[in-house]
Design a protein around this ligand. Sequence first.
Ligand SMILES: Cc1ncc(COP(=O)(O)O)c(C=O)c1O
Length: 391
Amino acid sequence: MTSRFSQLVEWVRDEGGDPWALHWEARHAAEAGEDVIVLSAGDPDLDTPPAISATAISSIQAGDTHYTEGGGRPRLRAAIANAHTRRTGQVVTAENALVVGGAQNGLFIASLCLAGLGDEVLAIDPMYTTYHPTIRASGARLVPVPAPAENNFHPDLAAMAAAVTSKTRAIFLSTPNNPTGIVLSQKDIDGIAEIAKRHGLWVVSDEVYAGLAEGGDVPSLARALPDQVLTIGSLSKTHAMTGWRSGWVVGPTDFIQNAENLIQSMLYGLPAFIQEAAITAIGMAPECEASAREYCQLRRQIMFDGLSGLAGVTPVWPDAGMFMLLDVRDSGLSAREFVAALYRQERISTLEGSVFGRETQGFVRICFAISEDRLREAAVRLRRFCLGLKK
Ligand SMILES: Cc1ncc(COP(=O)(O)O)c(C=O)c1O
């Protein structure tokens, strides 16, 4: 029978069910006043800095509520380009910067502009949950490249080189990674650059957590391969602005022009008042990033200390970001059982590692970006739960 829908709806469907079902159940329970602790999503429980909200409000009040340029306001594009040049050393201008509705929208636009039916796209496994549908939406096949636990979740570069075929178009990666929190080393970056250069591949470098890394920066490919790298960023994580949907793509001008054509039929521009707020936010980036880093580093230590020294489970220290993996392979429970029992017994929601790929099977992802009080309470409950596992 012919389907009522396009093939695309099949490509973006998650075969394993909705990985976010438990997260939303927990969020709704917490909102209804139940004593639930939500550690399942990377959404810091911080308010957007008031100066940023004030810009949006005054912009609305001043009537800045009309259509905007598809690729974003020139002043915002210039601010993104300047910030990118300062951070990476790659010299770019406003014509290299595209304003998008959050990093996720940038990933989707990149996928549609770079690959198509019959193509292959490499992505480092483990990867953020949306990468599968995002890459498949183009019609391309996602080929995972392992970053195994035995390699401290750094990518196996020999496997990456071996995975390249005549159909390969691009490599997707995130540094710092979600869920591992691993920052790719200069050696990783050089190896990936070499493979991309040799085969003429695009690299989509998702750097949404870069501002949370040590010194607010990560080794980046952009300067080495300016014609082949798209750097994706957003204000979501560093400025407590997840709901604003404000992000960018920095890349070569031919990509940006093609992406603008796509945007004209996909978004038709983004709200002016959010773009004005984003200009304020980028101006405040050093202070916002420093305070987000401090916030995450304190909580990383609390969670790591809380989970250390327990039989059967081992926390994995993340380089940066707001997530920590817990290795539960010796706990006597599968990661799925662990997550379900933890929610049932202690009312804590987490995510099982397999939703991020093969390499995190047997791991559980914990987000520690919540208030210090609640995090300490979560650590006590997690410890109690783990102590009860092996008698
Ligand atoms: C690795 C990674 N990329 C992209 C995103 C999406 O970010 P945004 O809110 O900017 O769309 C997330 C969100 O969790 C993420 O973890």
